[in-house]
Structures are given as structure tokens and as C-alpha cells.
Write a protein that binds this ligand. Sequence first.
Ligand SMILES: Nc1nc2c(c(=O)[nH]1)N[C@H]1C(S)=C(S)[C@@H](COP(=O)(O)O)O[C@H]1N2
Ligand SMILES: [Mo]
Length: 221
Amino acid sequence: MTLPPGQRAVQGFPRFGTHLHHPPPEVPAEPVLEVGGALSEGFTLTVAEVAKLPRRVVEADFHCVAGWTATGLRWEGTGFAEFYRTRVVPLVDSGVEISHVIFEGLDGFQAVAVLEDALGEDVLIADRLDGEPLNGDHGAPLRLVSPSQYGFMNTKHLCRIEFRTSAPPAPDRFSPISGHQRARVWHEERHRYLPGRVVRPVYHWLIEPIRKLSARGSVAN
Ligand SMILES: Nc1nc2c(c(=O)[nH]1)N[C@H]1C(S)=C(S)[C@@H](COP(=O)(O)O)O[C@H]1N2
Ligand SMILES: [Mo]
């Protein structure tokens, strides 16, 4: 099995992320996905409606920027590129060019992706993992899955997608470990300012403590 540069396989799939100190957010009784931004009009789909869109399976490893990889995950959901083509493009006025997408979670987490990356054929709006509905740990009720990009581009508890015509300011841009705008795992694009190789040793030393913390805050582990 070949992993991207600087990654190590771990057992299982830990709950992880920048909002680990909080329990997973409560899912509303009738969860929805809002879609807006530089469109002629925004729209809202219920999560039940999202589940009826054309479905796909993506089998992939999941790579956290901190250096761990969960292997052999099976995601199910709707392909983002097809969603974009069929639901979003008709709402983009002529002359308007979408360049970036913001994926926001119920916990306030945001990922800013370059449109071209979000349109990768392995990118899903997922609602199932390994044959089960997504649980709180891994992003109920919906999450973005972009296996070719580090975990921080994979927004859990996805509730809003916003299309932009220029790069919005990244929420973490003042952090020294601010995430890379493209975050492609095979290019080791971990951070905006620091080369990936430089941070590897620090991260490897942090993986165990973070995993322990994660197990404590988790609902299922
Ligand atoms: N809503 C939300 N999505 C999130 C995060 C978060 O804190 N909140 N953390 C990100 C990070 S940094 C990682 S590594 C992955 C972890 O996904 P997992 O908990 O399913 O392992 O979720 C990403 N998506
Ligand atoms: Mo992460």
C-alpha cells in the first residue's frame, strides 16, 4: 500500500479536527443544506432530498494534515461535480466566474476550496460511511469528502455551500500553520507558509496525544 508523502497508516478512523474540544454539533430534526453565494438565487435542499440525488460510492483513504491516514474507507453520497453541473451552473449568470467554494459545518467550521479541486471526480457530499449513516464523530448528517485533499478540506456536518468569484479570506490565515489553499495530499501541500516536510516530525510526535483527546470527546470510540 502506498501512502502520500509523510503519512502513516493508523488503526481505525479517529474523530479529529479543529473543533475537537466540543462534542459533535446537534443535528436539527429536519436538517438542510443551504446553497448560495454568487448565484442568481440561492436554494435549500433537505438532507432527505440530497439523499435522493444520483448516488456514488468512493473507496479511499483519509489523510489528516497531522500525518495519520485511515485506510480503506467506503463513502456513499452524491458526486459534487455532478451536483455542481446540474444544480448550480444553471444559476450562474453569464459573465460570472465561480473560482472558490466555502463549505461550512453546523459547528461553524469552514473550508475554502478552489473550485477546480472541489470538482475532482472523487469529491462527494457523503451521507454514509462503511455502510452506515454518518455518525456524529464523522460528520452527521452530511460531510464533504475530498480524499485527494487533507482532512481540513473535508467539512463535517455540512450545512452550507457558498460559491465565490474570488478567494475569500481564509479563517485561519493568521495562524502560522494556516492550511494550504489546495491541500493536495500527493503534493504534500500541508500549510500555506511552511513546507510540509518541516512540520512532519512535530506532527508525528503529536498524533498519539491528539488521538487520546479525540477518544475522550468522541461519542462512538
Ligand atoms: N465541521 C467540521 N469539519 C471538520 C473539522 C471540524 O473541526 N469541524 N475538522 C477537519 C479536520 S482538521 C479533519 S482532520 C477532519 C477529521 O475528520 P474525522 O473526524 O472524520 O476523522 O475533519 C475536518 N472537518
Ligand atoms: Mo486535520
